[in-house]
Design a binder for this molecule. Structure first.
Ligand SMILES: Cc1cc2nc3c(=O)[nH]c(=O)nc-3n(C[C@H](O)[C@H](O)[C@H](O)COP(=O)(O)OP(=O)(O)OC[C@H]3O[C@@H](n4cnc5c(N)ncnc54)[C@H](O)[C@@H]3O)c2cc1C
Length: 416
């Protein structure tokens, strides 16, 4: 029960999806309801069970600033530092012909995403938010409310928040009844490798990011996670044979010693998992009585993820709109959309950056730029900004296009 004793009936909010966006939205609603003295009843409908790692949400598990600050300041929840397996202190950016170290002054944290999701749902339970452990399977919009059918009991609500990530079933609930269209996405394959401790130590605490000339792979990464490395590739339509090809390339394999030695593999090694990243905004992601948050909204950084951080951000912003402005299309347009201007306005620049990077990788010109960045601070800063995702892409591009930097880029491309 999370109804507070007020004379007015509580506002009923149903949230489809208990990942970072859904749980952040629920926790924020609960916190604001106390601060604003408004009665709210929040129900999260989540189909997976994260305890005992029965199910998981696909993710490498690198959580970036300002996530800890968002949790403590806006949700009154401690960042679960006890779950951190490795601090991430920067990046190595690789092409087949060059590599560069890009150190980060604001480290990210690598953890097991399933444990983070379990923690956030536990925080919701602690705050007496109702959790229905079942999938939402249908919806009805009525003048007076919304009815969400689940594999368990139906959930009546005044407003529904779509926090179902890239789940096709979740998206189709809304696209059948509304103009909602889910965001365009890249596909990814993820796997794990447990090398020995000496190799893990030598690998260090940086993510190795790969930009291959192969047009089928847009980017790839190897991330240290305490006792193992997580390897991921992403592109329009990647699949397991492409991951095998990627792992066999000498400029990649040299960072994965003994991977080819089956006798040394852990039983969980080299099992492949598939996932999807949105890289554009969804269409019609709000209307009367519904709003999408997290991946379902496509309100993300379209080039370098930080997906969990932006999911939490959009979940918080939706909760703020619902409790302070209302649950109409007009309220979401005037407040929720505006609150996400930082993400929305940067999306076209992120797309442009993505296209430029793909073109540079495929033509081989990126290797020249990486070599140039070893001596040219402006190039180094631009590369770091692009890979770490800390600066808006508009600023990175504006900076890169300054005459002095353009000359440096062209010079390094010519030297190739
Ligand atoms: C391979 C890969 C690696 C990534 N690595 C990182 C990373 O290192 N760092 C980072 O910040 N981001 C990363 N991301 C992105 C990140 O995972 C997402 O941006 C983030 O999970 C979005 O959160 P969300 O709450 O919107 O959606 P999700 O985390 O997908 O949560 C959606 C939830 O909704 C539930 N659900 C869906 N449909 C229904 C339904 N019908 N009924 C009930 N429940 C439903 C699902 O079970 C799920 O729990 C990665 C993504 C991929 C694919």
């Amino acid at each position: 029960m999370n109804v507070k004793s007020r004379t007015n009936p509580p506002l009923r909010v149903a949230i489809v999806g208990g990942g970072p966006a859904g749980t952040a939205c629920a926790l924020r609603l609960q916190l604001l309801s106390t601060q604003l003295d408004r009665a709210v009843h929040v129900t999260i409908i989540e189909g997976k069970e994260f305890h005992q790692e029965q199910h998981y949400n696909q993710c490498v598990g690198v959580l970036s600033p300002p996530l800890p600050e968002l949790l403590t300041r806006d949700l009154n929840v401690d960042f679960p530092s006890f779950l951190v397996r490795s601090p991430i202190t920067g990046y190595y950016l690789h092409t087949p012909g060059a590599e560069i170290a890009l150190l980060d002054e604001q480290p990210s944290m690598a953890l097991r995403r399933v444990q983070f999701d379990a923690y956030m749902l536990d925080m919701c339970r602690e705050r007496h938010i109702d959790i229905v452990n079942a999938r939402a399977v249908d919806l009805e919009f009525h003048d007076q409310g919304v009815l969400i059918y689940t594999e368990n009991a139906p959930v009546p609500a005044d407003v529904v928040v779509g926090a179902f990530g890239m789940d096709d079933g979740g998206a189709s609930l809304f696209s059948r009844l509304t103009d909602y269209t889910p965001p365009d996405a890249l596909s990814s394959v993820v796997t794990k490798y447990h090398p020995d401790q000496t190799t893990m130590k030598a690998f260090g605490s940086q993510i190795h990011a790969f930009l291959p000339p192969d047009p089928r792979i847009e980017f790839a990464g190897i991330t240290p996670k305490g006792n193992h490395l997580t390897i991921n590739i992403a592109g329009q339509d990647v699949a397991s044979p492409l991951m095998n090809e990627f792992l066999a390339q000498p400029w990649v394999a040299k960072h994965l010693p003994n991977l080819g030695d089956a006798g040394r593999l852990n039983p969980g090694d080299l099992r492949f998992f598939k996932g999807r990243f949105p890289h554009a905004s969804a269409h019609h992601y709000y209307a009367d009585r519904f709003v999408m948050v997290g991946d379902a909204s496509g309100l993300v950084r379209s080039f370098k993820g930080k997906g969990v951080t932006t999911a939490v951000q959009t979940g918080i912003r939706a909760a703020d709109t619902i409790l302070t402005q209302g649950i109409t299309a007009r309220a979401f347009h005037a407040h929720f959309r505006k609150a996400n201007d930082d993400l929305i306005q940067d999306l076209p620049y992120g797309q442009l950056m993505r296209r430029i990077t793909i073109w540079l990788s495929r033509t081989g010109l990126l290797s020249g730029i990486i070599r140039g960045a070893q001596t040219e601070p402006a190039l180094h800063t631009a590369l770091f900004g692009a890979v770490a995702g800390v600066t808006p892409y508009r600023e990175i591009l504006k900076d890169a296009l300054k005459p002095r930097n353009l000359v440096a880029i062209l010079r390094s491309m010519r030297r190739g």
